[in-house]
Design a protein around this ligand. Sequence first.
Ligand code: UDP
Ligand code: MG
Length: 315
Amino acid sequence: MNNRLYIVVPCYNEEEVLPETSKRLKEKVSALVSSGSIASDSRICFVNDGSTDSTWELIQKYHEEDPVFSGINLSRNRGHQNALLAGMMTVLDNADMIISLDADLQDDINAMDEMVEKYKNGCDIVYGVRSKRKKDSFFKRATAECFYKLMNRLGAKTVFNHADYRLMSKRALQGLAGFTEANLFLRGLIPMIGYKSDVVYYERGERFAGESKYPVSKMLGFAVDGITSLSVMPIRYITALGFFVFLFSIIILIYSFVRHYLGETIRGWTTLMVSIWAIGGLILLCLGIVGEYVGKIYLETKGRPRYIVESFIDR
Ligand code: UDP
Ligand code: MG
């Protein structure tokens, strides 16, 4: 049976959590191996995303102590999504399946048993879905849920309340390798691969050490990226908006003529000011949205590498 598992963990300045994370993951892998669910040469692969602290030194140390740990060092910080992709693509040839998760273990690692079970029953992609978000702050929960709803309304199909905790089979990864876009939003891309998939529910915990690498500004950027790389609905809405504003302006035109011939023309300073500002604002907003897409095209046409692997330690 082909069931060699690689657990892929992107790490950016995670020296505070790595000792505990590596311990817990190793226990998990041992348990899965002894229950016969996964191959005995399964690995835990940490991807160092250009950390400025001792994260990479720690990863090297773990690798020397125990071959169950392998590591990938990226040439510089490329962000969570790119780091994750780098990890998955680098281990692709060695692994039969991968499970990706965050270094802070906010996602319950005990859901892995069920993921592997579903893989064995023929699933190529198993999504980890948060059943509750009790432990997240009200703000994070509310914004995240709004985001998922908005994404789906805009036509970008994502799995509700699923972050990047998931199992993927080798052939699903090979499918993913065919998506060459520079604007990565894995959560939206992976459902496009297809194949049989399923979900596993778990409760999300708190970060046990260190702080979030996703401040509000990054979260907002991520949301905008997600929508604009998956959906062209905003551009359609602009077209519709332009059409209605045009219709409205015709009505205003007729109205003005009628008023004019009735001899009731007033100086109209107020309407003028209001419309200049309203239309001006709208135009700027629309330009901004269109610009967002043009910017994306610009980045895509360059076809720059999404990450550069400096070293891959695996034995
Ligand atoms: N991360 C990364 N590169 C970055 C930022 C974050 O690889 O530039 C990793 C980080 O080490 C963690 C995961 O992405 O494993 C999720 O980050 P975090 O837990 O800080 O985000 P949150 O759970 O608060 O959304
Ligand atoms: Mg986290």
